[in-house]
Design a protein. Structure first.
Length: 245
């Protein structure tokens, strides 16, 4: 009996040591990500090297449990949060991605990003949504799109949506409110005008005309949705434009 008890104690100690070692490796990976503080892809720079923070991310995927990754989504560091979402998506973890997406909509911390030779800045919530969006149902995706429009989020996810022909009354209403505040400095507001033009509503024609000198590409693309109802006006616009060349 004493021998069995001794073996049990040794087994528990070995398990505890294994867990502590695992957690230590995870902590070291997260600390390195915080230190470098850059959300990088697998290959960066002209030489296409794999940066230390991405190697730390792969260690995070290997060593962190789903529960630990969910905790890291609450980390104070935006890069850590972004990588935690990446890890959950990479593992295809059975978690509530919609709740994560809801939090991401309001995560507007700016993080430095590095992909190939492109050093840039993004909002953390955008990085998170890029990772987990494929794991949302179609209905949940539409809910997130609506929130992005209502809260005026200039995310890449928002831009891509505004180029689709996905229609609903809720999406139209949210996009139109943004389009009504259109200005050259807010690129998503310009794209919102282009999006609502796909509904081909007469009430939006003047909004389309309002961006004529703000973004020619979006303007002319939007005009195509009003052929043939505004052919005469479009012919005049085209003539004036050609004469100005």
């Amino acid at each position: 009996m004493k021998k069995v008890y001794f073996i049990f104690i040794l087994s528990c100690a070995a398990f505890s040591f294994s867990c502590n070692a695992k957690n230590k490796e995870l902590e070291e990976a997260v600390d390195l990500i915080r230190k470098n503080n850059c959300y990088s892809g697998m290959y960066v720079g002209e030489a296409g090297i794999t940066p230390d923070e991405y190697i730390a991310f792969t260690k995070m995927c290997e060593k962190a449990t789903d529960k630990e990754l969910l905790e890291l989504l609450k980390d104070e560091n935006g890069v850590v949060r972004a990588y935690a979402a990446d890890a959950l998506a990479y593992k295809k973890a059975p978690v509530d991605y919609f709740s994560i997406a809801l939090d991401a909509v309001d995560d507007i911390e700016t993080v430095e990003t590095f992909e190939y030779c492109f050093l840039n800045f993004s909002q953390c919530g955008d990085c998170i949504l890029e990772s987990i969006f494929p794991y949302l149902s179609g209905t949940d995706q539409q809910k997130i799109y609506r929130l992005l429009l209502e809260r005026r989020r200039n995310f890449s996810v928002t831009y891509r949506f505004l180029e689709t022909d996905l229609h609903s009354d809720e999406l139209y209403d949210a996009a139109r409110k943004w389009a009504e505040e259109v200005n050259k400095e807010d690129y998503a507001s310009l794209k919102a005008v282009g999006y609502i033009s796909t509904y081909k509503k007469e009430q939006d024609w003047n909004l389309v005309l309002s961006i004529q000198n703000l973004d020619k590409s979006i303007f002319y693309k939007s005009c195509l949705n009003y052929i043939p109802s505004h052919n005469k006006e479009l012919e005049k616009i085209t003539t004036v434009s050609m004469e100005s060349l």
